[in-house]
Design a protein around this ligand. Structure first.
Ligand code: RP5
Length: 181
């Protein structure tokens, strides 16, 4: 679905307003979060995707506060051209699991560090998915690795992206080897 049609996209009767610009390619990666309070952490994922020139969109959708809109968005994602969904949530962190339940797109979950239990609650509620509905859960607040994992998935069918990943790794190795202690 071209991006200009996304503006009027309706999912199961619920209008979803997208942050995507009017022109340009459809977002390959969706970055979703349970609350705007997760945005600082999730921004790390957006920045890495931007560095790799991967088109993405960010959106707040909650498994608990906006369940119908969340499901509508997740159900429509594949037909819109999205390839990977990144979902961050904290506390009773069901967002990634609920999304994975209604799409066969790969879903990467980021357990957000919570105030009460430092994210252990988020991690355990996200990672312990039942067999059949996978969520690739990264570390607590592991937004950078979520983005890199999404890029690795996309790079399987994109040689240019694969080359950028190789270059990223090489630079990382050089930085470590140059470290002085
Ligand atoms: C979750 O509850 C969100 O993902 C967030 O991490 C946490 C707290 O949300 P707020 O109360 O700050 O909106 O749904």
């Amino acid at each position: 679905m071209p991006v200009h049609e996304l503006e009027n996209f309706e999912g199961d009767g619920e209008m979803i307003v997208l942050s995507t610009e009017k022109t340009g390619p459809a977002p390959l990666v969706a970055i979703l979060m349970g609350s705007a309070s997760d945005a600082d952490t999730m921004e790390q994922a957006r920045q890495i995707l931007k560095d790799f020139d991967v088109v993405c969109e960010m959106k707040v959708l909650s498994a608990h506060r906006t369940p119908e809109q969340t499901i509508s968005y997740a159900k429509a994602a594949k037909s819109r051209g999205t390839k990977v969904i990144i979902a961050g949530a904290g506390g009773a962190a069901h967002l990634a699991g609920v999304i994975a339940a209604v799409t066969t797109l790969p879903v990467i979950g980021i357990p957000i560090k919570s105030k009460s239990l430092n994210g252990l609650d988020s991690l355990l509620s996200m990672v312990q998915m039942p067999a059949g509905i996978p969520v690739a859960t990264v570390a607590i607040d592991g937004a950078a690795n979520a983005a890199l994992l999404a890029i690795e998935m996309l790079a399987l069918s994109d040689a240019g992206l694969a080359a950028k990943l190789d270059s990223y790794r090489t630079k990382m190795q050089e930085k470590v080897l140059k470290s002085s202690v």
